[in-house]
Design a protein around this ligand. Structure first.
Ligand code: UDX
Length: 450
């Protein structure tokens, strides 16, 4: 099927690349000409495991093209995926202006009937607005627009695997034809019949993903409800960590035992600096606002959001308790991305901590395997280390801010010896307290006895 994607960011490129990989003809568009130029030079504007190989193969097979002429998306595709950003406004509401622009552009440019699929994360009832805009701005007689919701459940760092081996595919439709077309688009994934670029054709045995068909409103709500629940789960673990620090228990032992109950599950119970990224923080905010507008006081989400914001304050306070004065101190920071396996620093707790240290007059030397260029581009005026061990040189403290697994393998004895003071604060509970103490560190972490 001929497919268009509007918005070539994390979601749009993974969607376009994977749909091309399973056999569709894809046009990926974006109004940001520099992004399209980068793509047409054979490079990716983002780092996402396996994506470069997928897009390179799709390009060689003539299955994907990139264009900054967004109107082309309305002309070329039978199905159009809207994958534009919906960042938070000051009010906490989602900014839907890009969605609105897409609707008006598709309506005015389409010369044949289209299936318009909202994949961006949007507040419930956006699909109804989308339908109305397409009708109101439609120009060509006889052209029919069908709207569907198809929320993404992609995690940065594993997005390609998440797309090709999803837990479920959710579609919100109010038209049998739309359901049929979406089944056709996703057929190779529903049947798990494709040459998998992630597992080199040897995918681990797994049940075929369910195809969940519901209404547009319910599909939009599933996305917000899922992400907000994940955020609540993380904040719950962080509240347990606060309690553990006061009563002398170990949050990792508590959450490990909790997770053995399949009704709870162990994922997303890691205490630390809290959740960041371009999704969870904005989705929980948008969900709170959406509930308020519907007359529901979702105070549970407000508390989860408040608690998450306090993680940064608590961590900086923990540093102050050890360092007393932060001004003039040399701090080595390991990690800048909002989580491991991504270069994304948007809404990163690591960046929040670094900004707080700079504001207090500390000198920060940071290392991140992937995110330093983006941090530099965002104007984070710190010293960037060429390799992780360099952050320890003459440092009064080293802080671990992102859960990159390679930080576990560092030569921590050498790091210890290079530091002015062997003070290590582990914001992601990455290391073993006993092992760090044995090396001679003053070691502090989250929710575990010092
Ligand atoms: C999230 C959702 O997981 C995904 O389903 C949705 O489609 C998009 O938003 P993502 O934003 O890529 O994905 O990151 P995720 O892996 O969810 O991590 C979000 C944040 O939570 C990160 O800052 C991570 O460090 C933090 N986190 C995660 C914790 O603090 N504790 C945990 O146990 C898990």
């Amino acid at each position: 099927m001929r497919i268009s994607v509007i918005g070539s960011g994390y979601v749009g490129l993974v969607t376009g690349g994977c749909l091309a990989a399973i056999g569709h003809q894809v046009v990926c568009t974006d109004s940001d000409e520099s992004k399209i130029r980068t793509l047409n030079e054979g490079k990716l504007p983002i780092y996402e495991l396996h994506l470069d190989a997928i897009i390179e193969k799709a390009r060689r097979d003539g299955r994907i093209v990139f264009s900054s002429e967004v109107a082309r998306a309305a002309h070329d595709g039978d199905a159009i995926f809207i994958c534009v950003g919906t960042p938070p406004l000051e009010t906490g509401d989602a900014d839907l202006s890009a969605i609105d622009r897409c609707a008006r552009l598709i309506a005015s440019e389409a010369k044949s009937s289209k299936l318009v699929i909202e994949k961006s994360t949007v507040p419930v009832q956006t699909g109804q607005q989308l339908k109305r805009q397409l009708e109101v701005y439609g120009r060509t007689p006889g052209v029919k627009f069908t709207v569907a919701s198809n929320p993404e459940f992609l995690r940065e760092g594993t997005a390609v695997g998440d797309f090709l081996h999803p837990d479920r595919i959710v579609v919100g439709v109010d038209d049998a034809g739309a359901e049929k077309q979406l089944r056709e688009i996703y057929a190779p994934i529903l049947d798990q019949q494709f040459t998998c670029p992630v597992h080199d054709g040897k995918c681990p045995p797994a049940p075929k993903p369910p195809f969940v068909v519901t209404t547009i409103n319910s599909a939009e709500l599933i996305k917000h409800a899922s992400n907000s629940f994940l955020a609540v789960k993380i904040s719950y673990a962080n509240a347990i960590a606060e309690l553990c620090e006061r009563i002398g228990a170990n949050v990792q032992e508590v959450t490990r035992a909790m997770g053995m109950d399949p009704r709870i599950g162990s994922a997303f119970l890691n205490a630390g600096l809290g959740f960041g990224g371009f999704c969870l923080p904005k989705d929980i905010q948008a969900f709170i606002r959406l509930a308020e507008k519907a007359g529901v006081d979702f105070s549970m989400l407000k508390e989860a959001e408040r608690l998450n914001k306090s993680r940064i304050d608590n961590f900086v306070e923990k540093m102050r308790r050890s360092l007393w004065v932060l001004k003039g101190k040399r701090i080595g920071a390991l990690g800048l991305a909002f989580k491991a396996h991504t270069d994304d620093v948007r809404f990163s707790p690591a960046i929040d901590v670094v900004k707080r240290l700079l504001a207090e007059g500390a000198h920060v030397c940071a290392y991140d395997p992937e995110a330093m260029d983006r941090a530099r581009f965002d104007g984070i005026a710190i010293e960037y280390a060429k390799e992780p061990a360099a952050v320890a040189k003459g440092a009064d403290a080293v802080v671990i801010l992102t859960e990159w697994p390679q930080f576990k393998q560092l030569d921590w004895k050498a790091m210890h010896d290079a530091m002015a003071r062997p003070l290590l604060l582990d914001g992601r509970n990455l290391l073993d307290p006993a092992a760090m103490k044995a090396i001679g560190f003053e070691y502090h972490s989250i929710g575990r006895p010092d």
